[in-house]
Design a protein around this ligand. Sequence first.
Ligand code: ATP
Length: 256
Amino acid sequence: MANNILELDSVTIRFGGLTAVDSVDMNIEEGSIRALIGPNGAGKSTIFNLVTCIYTPTSGEIRFMGQTINGLKPHIITKMGIARTFQNIRLFGEMTVLDNVKVGQHCRTRTGFLGAVLRGPRVKKEEAHITEAAMAALELMELSHKKDELAKNLPYGEQRRLEIARALATEPKLLLLDEPAAGMNPQEKQTLMKMIRKIQEMGLTIFLVEHDMKFVMSLSHRITVLDYGKKIAAGSPAEIQRDPAVIAAYLGKDVV
Ligand SMILES: Nc1ncnc2c1ncn2[C@@H]1O[C@H](COP(=O)(O)OP(=O)(O)OP(=O)(O)O)[C@@H](O)[C@H]1O
């Protein structure tokens, strides 16, 4: 039987009177690409915030590699192997591409502040590993030749890839991508799709929220659909495209 890397059991979160996520069950198979789709306000980002422990569920359970993660701190989640990118670009424009990736790796350093000041052999070893992991992540996203450029000088598509590189450098097992293709032109989307496939083939599990249906349908193994916080469908891209509940939720807009 396939291993589930992430399991949501009847997960609910309420904000005052609003149930943003309502009794959602979801199992994500290790090594797969899963998309989460649904109309605006359906609860997609809230699920990402629940999985990365920015929010704690009102009820229900979230398990990562069999371990309950409800209520843990976000930096612990990163250490356990979950990384994410955000809807809007969060780069340090005045820093180099390489440094932008390295700042994401603080969670991995074991020597504390004093260690960093004293710069003992352990710190030097850790620094070498950080640079190595950052360069490997840049390589994967085909940005290593730009490591010394300022992040703000990269074209938009490359800035988005840089954010993925930063997440990858934390050496995750599960990578959450929040609207990775937003604002990209068709060529940039093609390149991104190729890279996401490459990352998945290396063994990572990908969980993505995306509005571009063509992108979702050609990339995902399975798709979960939310509407008003509730899961209304789950299945392969072909199943989702012909699901009446999904078509109704999108009010006749093409789900293709
Ligand atoms: N911290 C919060 N406090 C109050 N309401 C919230 C909070 N976070 C999310 N919500 C509400 O929960 C609902 C789901 O929002 P969410 O951002 O998860 O939707 P989404 O599916 O990601 O939408 P979009 O596609 O527009 O990004 C919305 O009604 C939103 O206003």
